[in-house]
Design a protein around this ligand. Structure first.
Ligand SMILES: NC(=O)c1ccc[n+]([C@@H]2O[C@H](COP(=O)([O-])OP(=O)(O)OC[C@H]3O[C@@H](n4cnc5c(N)ncnc54)[C@H](OP(=O)(O)O)[C@@H]3O)[C@@H](O)[C@H]2O)c1
Length: 322
């Protein structure tokens, strides 16, 4: 099995991510959202929405309103669940409604509060509808995790203009649209925390990673600029740079569990010694919650790498002299 196709989030220059791009159908306009009746910009609490009262004790995010893009799978799904476990009211999106409803059900069955809303981060009206509806349901937005993203590794001369545009539209424009519509809610409250998913590939380029690395560098640039713009208004914004993480993003579709396990176990030769393994989504989610918590009031405009040290430096490989 060769999992090292051409995903740009793998040290080996693999490409399971591009397969994922093709797997997913594109949604059309705002109608596909099921948000047609949402009054954009509405901030009044919807009938039946949970109370915003913040009980003492419980988790770090008790009663807080948390928004997650790309919560139907992988890192976003793990983060949505972790926020809910710590008491947050979580509004999350993704295009795949069946998966979204499943994650929502799992969170509620575990005693948490979550709402799935179908939205495509490439579509202006859908992002606006999603953000405003989360704010309306949960009484504002305390934390936003702008995480939706796709891979796609190809050499520039082999990549179509449409493929390039789709990666930028999802990874860079999607984060811009999310921030654009989240900020007004946070400005009203004069507080808020935003975390945007970039990638260790933003720091460590691969030959087939031009489109992906460019998109994830764009996220870092946006984050730094926004940190400067909104610091006096109580809003912190940071970029998270995960290393290769065991999610459907890197796992080739249809690969048997045993083969994937073998591949995973051999993962990470470029990580620091002792951490030669893939991350799991839950440990990346823990970093997200840490950044979103009140533990880092002094941190904004930062690029936080959680990658097993793969970008720390070039590991020496001893030549075999025997
Ligand atoms: N896994 C890694 O090795 C790794 C490493 C570094 C960075 N990252 C980044 O981490 C983020 C999450 O990736 P993951 O590993 O968790 O991958 P994943 O399991 O494939 O999840 C990606 C999520 O993004 C959503 N998404 C993609 N395109 C979207 C769109 N147009 N509109 C709305 N949602 C969309 C997907 O939902 P739908 O398909 O339902 O729309 C899904 O929920 C991405 O930004 C990725 O670039 C991943």
């Amino acid at each position: 099995m060769d999992a090292k196709a051409n995903n740009t989030d793998t040290n080996a220059g693999a490409d399971a991510g591009s397969a994922a791009v093709g797997r997913r159908s594109l949604l059309g306009g705002a109608a596909a959202l099921g948000l047609g009746s949402v009054a954009l910009g509405a901030t009044a609490q919807a009938a039946g929405a949970p109370s915003r009262a913040r009980p003492e004790g419980g988790g770090r995010f008790q009663g807080k309103s948390v928004l997650v893009t790309g919560g139907t799978s992988g890192i976003g799904r793990a983060a949505a669940k972790a926020f809910a476990r710590e008491g947050a009211h979580v509004g999350f999106c993704g295009r795949r409604a069946e998966l979204g409803r499943q994650v929502e059900r799992e969170i509620r069955d575990a005693g948490g509060e979550a709402t799935y809303l179908q939205a495509d981060v490439r579509v202006d009206a859908q992002v606006r509808g999603f953000v405003d509806r989360v704010a309306s349901r949960y009484g504002g937005i305390d934390v936003a995790f702008n995480n939706a993203g796709i891979g796609g590794g190809k050499l520039p001369h082999e990549m179509s203009v449409e493929e390039w545009d789709d990666i930028q539209a999802t990874n860079a424009r999607g984060v811009f649209l999310s921030v654009k519509y989240e900020i007004p809610h946070m400005l009203r409250a004069q507080r808020g925390v935003i975390i945007c998913t970039s990638s260790s590939a933003a720091e460590q380029a691969r030959p087939n990673g031009a489109a992906y690395t460019a998109s994830k560098r764009a996220v870092q640039g946006l984050v730094k600029s926004a940190a400067l713009a909104y610091g006096t208004r109580g809003i912190r914004i940071n970029a998270l740079l995960p290393g290769t993480t065991d999610t459907p993003f890197v796992r080739p579709p249809g690969i048997p569990d045993a083969d994937w396990l073998r591949y995973k176990q051999a993962w990470g030769p470029l990580n620091v010694d002792g951490l030669e393994r893939m991350a799991d989504a839950e440990e990346i989610a823990r970093a997200v919650l840490g950044l979103a918590s009140d533990d880092f009031p002094y941190m904004t405009g930062a690029s936080v790498t959680v990658d097993g040290g793969s970008t720390a430096g070039r590991k020496m490989v001893q030549p075999n002299t025997t």
